[in-house]
Write a protein that binds this ligand. Structure first.
Ligand code: FES
Length: 323
């Protein structure tokens, strides 16, 4: 899952938006075209500052038809592990960042008869790229954009001049309850040709996904992308065998598979460390996983043939991995 080339991009513009959101435009230093991407894709950005050295994933919100630059939107989250604050601090014009990707775990079904995009707060970013793509394709779509208030709503100016501005329905928490998102009113009727996309804070996502599921939308038509997640990695001790590496390690109650294997020299690339990016997905040869991530689909969990080693554990005494 980690086979895209890394490259260095330069900040060509930073735009402060309401709601503690920073828009950052990145381009090659020589202006060369960037690798193409599809709507819903993200890039991994390496953030290095003193002792800090993190990879963070940011959805691309620019038009997928443009390859002269990438644009991301980043919410400053003071209670996070420091990635977003570092990006707000470091992303000045001329700053250079190592980028991995783009890659897409949140791809559009481009031939859907109807598409409804639900963006909560910073979760609007992938929806902006999707809206641009759907408009270009001439598809039927609606964007529901939920924020705390009008004054905390980022990307208003971008949306106002978009040729699809009339497809966006704004919902603000501090306004008349009648204009807030109401799944009973705002979800379309379920159909095999109707696809829903949901991104935003975990509570918002679970609310919308739960309502869509209850309304009868097929799980395969409800697409989701988590930016971050509270993940509990603790549990009973178990053993992990890395079959191709020929080692077995014990994973303690507060330990992770990735850390336990790294201690004996078996390195698996880890980025988000909270089960949302999919970088660390590893194939299982034997044993029963205890999935703690938000990345795998329900079908993939049920198959039990892979797991995210940054956070997931084992229900069996031993797990044998293909690494
Ligand atoms: S490192 Fe992101 S899912 Fe494991």
């Amino acid at each position: 899952m980690n086979d895209t080339p890394k490259h260095t991009l330069t900040v060509i513009e930073r735009i402060e938006e309401p709601g503690n959101i920073l828009r950052v435009k990145l381009a090659a230093a020589d202006g060369a075209p960037l690798p193409p991407f599809t709507a819903g894709a993200h890039i991994d950005v390496r953030l290095q500052d003193g002792d800090l050295d993190l990879w963070r994933q940011y959805s691309l919100c620019s038009d997928p038809a443009q390859t002269d630059h990438y644009e991301i939107g980043v919410l400053r989250a003071p209670n996070s592990r420091g990635g977003s604050e570092a990006l707000h601090r470091l992303a000045v014009v001329g700053a250079r960042f190592t980028i991995d990707g783009p890659r897409n775990h949140f791809a559009l079904t481009e031939d859907a008869a109807q598409t409804v995009l639900f963006g909560g707060g910073i979760g609007i970013t992938p929806m902006l790229a999707m809206a641009q793509r759907l408009h270009r394709l001439g598809r039927d779509f609606v964007v529901h954009y939920c924020t705390r208030s009008d004054s905390a709503t980022a990307f208003r100016d971008v949306i106002a001049v978009a040729p699809w501005a009339d497809r966006v329905v704004f919902h603000h928490d501090d306004r008349d309850p009648a204009q807030r998102l109401d799944p009973a009113r705002d979800l379309p009727p379920p159909s095999a040709d109707t696809h829903l996309y949901v991104c935003g804070p975990a509570g918002f996502m679970e609310w919308v996904i739960g309502a869509a599921t209850t309304a009868g939308h097929a799980p395969g038509n409800i697409h989701r992308e988590y930016f971050s997640a509270e993940v509990d990695v603790s549990g009973d001790r178990f053993e992990v065998t890395a079959r191709r590496s020929g080692v077995t390690v014990s994973v303690g109650p507060e330990d992770t598979i990735a850390k336990a294997l790294a201690r004996v020299g078996v390195s698996i690339t880890v980025k988000c460390e909270e089960g949302v990016c999919g970088t660390c997905v590893t194939d299982i040869l034997d044993g029963t996983p205890d999935h703690r991530d938000r990345f795998l689909t329900d079908e993939e969990r049920a198959e039990g043939t892979m797991l995210c080693v940054c956070c997931s554990r084992a229900r069996s005494k031993t797990l044998i991995l293909d690494i």
